[in-house]
Design a binder for this molecule. Sequence first.
Ligand code: PMP
Length: 376
Amino acid sequence: MSALAVATGSINLGQGFPDTDGPASLLQSAADAILAGRGNQYPPGPGIPELRAAVAGHRSRHYGLSYDPDTEVLITAGATEAIAATLLGLLNPGDEVIALEPYYDSYAAGIAMAGARRVPVTLHPPGFTLDVDALRAAVTPATRALLINSPHNPTGAVLSRAELTAIAAVAIDHDLVVITDEVYEHLVYDDAEHIPLATLPGMRERTVSISSAGKTFSVTGWKIGWVLAAPPLLAAVRSAKQFLTYVNGGPFQYAVAEALDTLGPGFYTGLRDSHQDRRDLLAAGLTAAGFPVYVPKGTYFITADVSHLGVDGLTFCRSLPRRCGVVAIPASVFYDNKTAGASLVRFAFCKRTPVLQDAVGRLRSAFQEGERHRGE
Ligand code: PMP
């Protein structure tokens, strides 16, 4: 879809990357690190000590969780490598992993690389809330892990304390490891709150928590991520990571450490507020263009329904660039159960306001016009 966006000169609301870079101080410290020779050669395998300490400090300040930077924190090549290394390090062939569907596409690949089997539990509109009975029913003797993503890509759902409590109960009852992908931890809106699963009683020792700098600091190209877990779990992840990339992004590690240590609460509320405003702009524009939308509580993404147009999401997304110069992603790519997501389409709103205004204008004129003609 990104290639189609380039080929047709469309506004790319498909792939989730910001069109502005992170804070100037962060960019400057990466440039300074390169020129000062910090991190240009292989950094330590687990990540530079400054970043491991900064990641632990951030978890402690934001959520009251305490991790030992030496034995419980690992720096990775983005959350993507963190997820792959966790799956490769913890799973044996034949193990089953339950994941909330729709899911981020690297989950299926990572589970397959580990020789394991994915078992989806589907989140349904309008709320995309967890069906706890379906989760319990999905557990078998082969289940080894739950793979949870909140705030959730693509639906924008944010798991509530009640849902997390239910997940914790299933994990404890069946002695499962839980892998939590929290890359959108600072992108939660309205009255939603991001609650790391590891804060729930009995969960810290069985949870592998994953996040990254990409979304929080608007530097998705830097690929600096991290894992927090109790020592036996972290050791398994580290063993796999060692033979994936070994290390990456030395100078960027210094810059991210500094950002985590120095950017205060104002940075995080500013990030949230600016994304919430853009979410509202896109949601209002899609609604005005006639699309029912599921307003997200978190992430970069809005899901809209296209069934009123008499097409499925894939057909819609293929025609959208030529029809009005906008690119979106059919949500069916995030499902095993293709019928569940067939009419859903994901739009990213992590773009500059004028870009979103332009996109909304294009959608409104294409679809309001279309509807008018159809009504005539
Ligand atoms: N998990 C989810 C849910 C994501 O949406 C993304 C990025 N699109 C990632 C992981 C990957 O993060 P990173 O770029 O840090 O590898």
